[in-house]
Design a protein around this ligand. Sequence first.
Ligand code: DGL
Length: 289
Amino acid sequence: MPSNAPIGVFDSGLGGLSVLQAVRALLPHESLLYVADSRFAPYGERPDAFIEQRSLAIGRWLRERGAKALVVACNTATAHGVAALRADAPWPVIGVEPGIKPAAAASRSGVIGVLATAATLRSARFADLLARHTAQGQRFLCQPGHGLVERIEAGDVDSPEVMTLLDRFVEPMLAQGADTLVLGCTHYPFLIPALQRRFGTALTLIDTGAAIARQLQRRLATDGLNASQPPGGHGDLQLMTTANANALQTMADRLLANAPRVQTVEIAEIASHGPARLDLAPNLPIIPA
Ligand code: DGL
């Protein structure tokens, strides 16, 4: 029984467009509702309980708008919100996680860099992921990408400031023998051209957008939720943000053919979640795994 209801996709901001692109390429018949919670980005510098509550609020909002399934196109929201989202309602919830497993398989030197948000790196889910996939003799060098999401949200993917941050984060990994870099935040695939320009082929870059799209495809098939072919061949796409529409519009126009007009929406907070901000040291050191 096909279901032509849309699939909800959300991220703290415009990073999830990297996943949306892969979903549209693999599942063009599906209609998609995308929410960028840019009003509260970056999630990666916020307390765990805040991230969980935003994830729940957006998940419920998308369900109320008829979404048949949810893609949490954000590593940080998956790390801190996917369990609550799955407990909240019986619907397919697909999360994303840093590509530790493919990186472990791809690395020849056994030294692998992981660039992700501070909130992802401190999560129990991430510790468990590392524990499951670190083979004997392998080392993961985990670096919070402080400052990158803010730049990308502003539409900046290659300014001198971005290049300085990339140098600061990636050069110590190369110096320790890393040959593979996990892009553990859905904003970071937008940095691939800059990373390739700066570091050439020294690093194999691991992005999981296409793998998430395949996982969604399998889950829709298992649950009998595939859309039937719509008249024009393509499902509808709606793009929404909780902040000013300009940044998402610019990135969407750059990435997607016929991007629709972005709408600004309000998604209320649903519960008290303690402080909305964390006091963090501006640059955490590389954490040896
Ligand atoms: N794009 C998100 C991720 O994958 C979140 C970035 C952020 O808001 O800090 O982690």
